[in-house]
Design a protein around this ligand. Structure first.
Ligand code: ATR
Length: 269
């Protein structure tokens, strides 16, 4: 029941009409019995939207494309990790102040650690955008040796330098022996689901293979990895966990991750 006590949360993005964040959070709020509602805001003016958080007493906001970096100057405080990643996907509104957090890296690590102990592992990270940056931070934090490969070599090198990763020259990347491969690019996403970010013949049996793409859920990359005898992690795993970590920041309570995944699977069908 929405009433005069209902608390407001939301996501700031543009475009935002396909966001799955309202599915995650409204489901969690319902199961937790919180009198709260979560809406998608297609933001036209970021500065005004941020002022609206304080002006209206919005309790918490998720931040998505294209505002994850742009939002930083408007916040009162930045959590150290979000500063290192240079991206904010979560704002908490506490005693008048707006604090920026990043839960993407936590979501990715949670998903990976279900399948593998990351300590001292060698990881191939495909991509060098915002998602790759967050994942790279988590992998370094867990003690991995990270090799980055990106379409634009210059961007790959930049990320490697900023985060202490290895960016091998194009000729050397094929001979890499890694235990984990992660796609942090948008390659394989509908409507181009026949594409894959990494050739099938370079996926070794026994590798843990993760994709951040979740439309489709079984990407070509993951299907080929399965055919090669690999354990796979689909894009909903990170998505569900970054959302769960947001709820923890906002409410102090840990939501049930399997229930979030069920809600997401239903929404994607
Ligand atoms: P996000 O914040 O979701 O990571 P992004 O910052 O735009 O989004 O980064 C997108 C990533 O996907 C980049 O690594 C990009 O490679 P470039 O740096 O070369 O642009 C990668 N990417 C997108 N489309 C691609 C394609 N068709 N082939 C290879 N890489 C692609």
């Amino acid at each position: 029941m929405i009433n005069a006590q209902t608390q407001l949360y939301g996501v700031f993005g543009n475009p935002v009409r396909h966001s799955l964040s309202p599915v995650i959070h409204n489901g969690v709020f319902r199961r937790m019995g919180l009198n709260a509602v979560y809406l998608a805001f297609e933001v036209q003016n970021l500065a005004e939207a941020i002022r609206g958080i304080k002006g209206l007493g919005i309790r918490g906001v998720s931040v998505t494309i294209p505002f994850k970096a742009a939002v930083i100057p408007y916040l009162d405080q930045l959590e150290e990790v979000a500063g290192k990643i240079q991206a904010v996907n979560t704002i908490s509104h506490e005693r008048g102040g707006l604090i920026g957090h990043n839960t993407d890296w936590r979501g990715a690590m949670g998903a990976l650690e279900e399948k593998i102990d990351l300590r001292n592992k060698k990881v191939l990270l495909l991509g060098a955008g915002g998602a790759a940056r967050a994942i790279a931070f988590g992998l370094k934090e867990r003690g991995c040796r990270v090799f980055v490969h990106n379409r634009s070599l210059a961007k790959g090198r930049e990320l490697a330098e900023a985060m202490g990763l290895v960016c091998p020259p194009a000729g050397a990347i094929q001979g890499l022996d890694v235990q984990v491969i992660i796609n942090a690019t948008s390659v394989g996403m509908i409507p181009r689901e026949e594409e894959t970010p990494w050739p099938r013949e370079l996926i070794k049996e026994g590798t843990v293979v993760m994709d951040i793409v979740y439309q489709p859920l079984r990407t070509k990359f993951l299907r080929e990895a399965e055919e090669r005898g690999c354990r796979t992690i689909d894009g909903l795993e990170m998505l569900a966990r970054q959302g769960a970590a947001q709820v923890e920041i906002w409410t102090g309570k840990k939501p049930d991750i399997p229930s979030i995944k069920e809600d997401l699977q239903r929404a994607l069908k």
